[in-house]
Design a protein around this ligand. Structure first.
Ligand code: ADP
Length: 211
């Protein structure tokens, strides 16, 4: 899943993982758990996370590779990674070796005003140290600078699915699961077939969303 902070990756990641019975590996959650437990890794990344900066690629990748191998599962939902082109390439190499490359790159599309509104609302209850207005704006800027450009790479591979994520979470989840169920048939039926990116972002308008 590639999406800006506040787009709903966490919520939809859980929905997808439980629907398909596969693990949901969320780097933000794993890192926050390290910080809370005061592990060596947690102490290394704490300051970057509080500032809304990225933690080093090697640190995140090592953590994700371990989680993927430990899961013992063929399927997985990755949430919060890749966030840089270097992470995307390393993950791809790792997955090629294990014949586990991504079947879908899911992009949740939400405009900035809505993202900031959601993040500030969440800030009031989340207790997350990076949910202050300045840090939120920095995380968003970083997303557009280094993460958003990765989408083109997935688009070229024909595995990109774009979903309008302005609507209520249950509606967004329904669109995602419908698209993934259809794609699953395609991937399982003809794994080598060249594919095209799927753009469902007009569904929101078609079903009366205000944006
Ligand atoms: P959000 O999507 O709301 O910004 P996450 O929970 O995914 O939040 O991530 C929180 C923080 O954890 C990020 O701001 C960053 O400091 C760190 N982080 C998470 N994933 C990565 C990653 N793949 N690469 C570098 N830093 C990461």
């Amino acid at each position: 899943m590639i999406a800006p902070p506040g787009a709903g990756k966490g919520t939809q990641g859980v929905v997808i993982a439980s629907h398909f019975g596969i693990p949901h590996i969320a780097t933000g959650d794993l890192l926050r758990d390290h910080v809370a437990r005061g592990t060596e890794l947690g102490q290394t990344v704490r300051a970057s996370m509080d500032a809304g900066a990225l933690v080093p690629d090697e640190v995140v990748l090592q953590m994700v590779f371990e989680a993927l191998d430990a899961s013992g599962s063929d399927g997985y939902v990755l949430d919060g990674v890749p966030r840089t082109m270097a992470q995307a390439r390393s993950l791809y190499d790792f997955a090629v070796e294990r014949d586990k490359t991504a079947d879908v790159a899911l992009h949740l599309d939400v405009d900035d005003d809505e993202l900031v509104r959601r993040l500030l609302a969440r800030a009031a209850v989340s207790g997350r140290t990076d949910d202050t207005e300045d840090v939120i704006r920095h995380r968003l800027a970083l997303y557009y600078e280094v993460t958003h450009p990765i989408l083109d790479w997935y688009g070229e591979r024909g595995i990109l699915v774009r979903v309008d994520a302005h609507r209520p979470a249950d509606q967004v989840g329904r669109h995602i699961l419908t698209a993934l169920e259809v794609l699953k048939q395609v991937v399982e039926g003809s794994p080598g077939l060249p594919r095209r990116a799927v753009d469902l972002t007009s569904l929101g308008r078609a079903f009366g969303a205000s944006t």
